[in-house]
Ligand binder design. Sequence first.
Ligand code: ADP
Length: 593
Amino acid sequence: MKSKQRGTLATIFYFAQECRSRMVLSVLCALISVAAGLVPFWGVYQIMMLFFGGSPGAGDILFWSGISVGGYVLKILFYGISTTLSHRSAYQILENIRLGATERLMSAPLGEVLSQRAGKMKNIIVDRVETIELPLAHMIPEGISNFLFPLAIFIYLVFIDWRMALASLICVPLGAIVYGIMMRNFNSQYAAYMEASNHVNSIIVEYVEGIQVIKAFNQSTESYEKFAGAVSSFREFTLAWFQSTWKLMNLGNAILPSTLLGVLPVGVLLYIEGSLTPAELTLSMILSLSMVAPVTWFTVAVNEWKAVQYAVKDVNELLELPSLPDTACPVQLASFDVELKDVSFAYKESKGDVLRGINLQIPEGSYTALVGPSGGGKSTIARLIARFWDVGKGSITIGGTDIRKIPLAQLSQLVSFVTQDNFLFNCSLLENIRLGQPTASDEEVHAAAQAAQCEEFISRLEKGWATPAGEAGGKLSGGERQRIAIARAILKNAPIVILDEATAFTDPENEDKLQRSLAVLTKGKTLLVIAHRLSTIKNADQIFVLQEGRVVAGGTQQELLEKCALYQDMWRAHTGARAWAANSGRKGEIAHA
Ligand code: ADP
């Protein structure tokens, strides 16, 4: 069951644990800054009193000016300290959120992580999280000063004359009504805005990522129109939203800061009546004007807070990925037999079970192959043994121990999973291979590479072993990339090897090297191969035929050719295709001769 998402503030506080004292200090500095900000008003008031009281002495004026400047300097200083502290806290929170999200990815079922789009995850972890920083850093110093400062001014006005204090607020209810009308659809409009923004983002990503296909199939006009259409409809949406609010927004922006609307007439009346001195009248007007900026800050803050809420919501989606139950104590295994007992499994998105009651025994040191029509469940079985997900029903054991009871770190040492698209990191080829066994010496890495038939093509590269995989990527063939992945697995030397056999890269020279490197990798190991070409598995100890999530037959190749109709069909299709390929190859040779 999906747990309820943590709220925005709760999430932020959760990740703010180690910087709480810094945040408290930031709040204190903001408070001092607000108090110091009042000093200049007090100083100006004193100077005005001196003027209204007769002939002021230069010394007194200088004294009060000094006090005012001092107050101002303190205000700026403490505001600066508060902002610095809150920026540091905000960056710390950002770091914690990012680390939290990546830690979650590490503990979530691998299959779950792989099913997330990389672009989306990058967008959340890098870009969306970044949008939290500025509002968060400014929320403490600015939020506090912008709330407390007008409050303090209001209290100050109360001390001068409570009627002036009330008069300064006359614009607040008027402004609030206008903003209230303007904001009545804010939540739904903002949600629609975010949806439109995400839509245009995904169209842009699709356009950029698909540019190769678009060009190859001459779809540039049509695709560009889709792209341009999305961008312009986003523009129209934002414009329409803006237009629907701008009149009210301007009205609100005009009314809310107009504190003089109340203070001026009321002040003049009180002055005429004799209950307000000229100094008090002037000070009240200055004070009421100083309330303006903080009050308008809140209208901007509402928008920014909304952006933070959406960013945190996206982050929470990652943070709430289910985590795979793990245990800490390493297990002593009796053997490296792998057994599936009555295993059923359904993907989250799949309609029903994609594996139904699978029973397989893969003895230690044996060579087992899975074959069958595409979609039969071969890769799913392999992924379940590597615990990308947990089985729905039944169990998978290694050496008689349920893999759910084996710590994930130990399991990953036990199983090497070599697929067609093993990832190369953007470090040197040497380091890419060393990933298989981080403590391996250079000599051991070289030996593994040699066994995987990599040495020859690596020596052809200008920078040899030091070539960054990203740079080499363009120069390496698919088969060569795969041999690097095999070298990595040879170095890892796990007792159980799962191999998703390549369908591509099957040119004869590569094929020969691939087979030789695989022979080293799999020697003496418990080997499970997802086979696409039946000729490569003729030596398998046992072959299981999978169809629609069930094992329909099992045995050696000879046995299956005798008893399994599906296997016979597959064999005929395979040998037919090979004969065809051989014939067309010969025709090509004749044509070239
Ligand atoms: P095979 O390896 O035999 O081609 P798979 O194990 O890849 O078969 O797939 C078995 C079934 O599970 C198919 O119907 C496939 O569409 C579905 N499937 C595979 N991967 C996923 C996934 N990540 N999410 C949802 N369904 C999936």
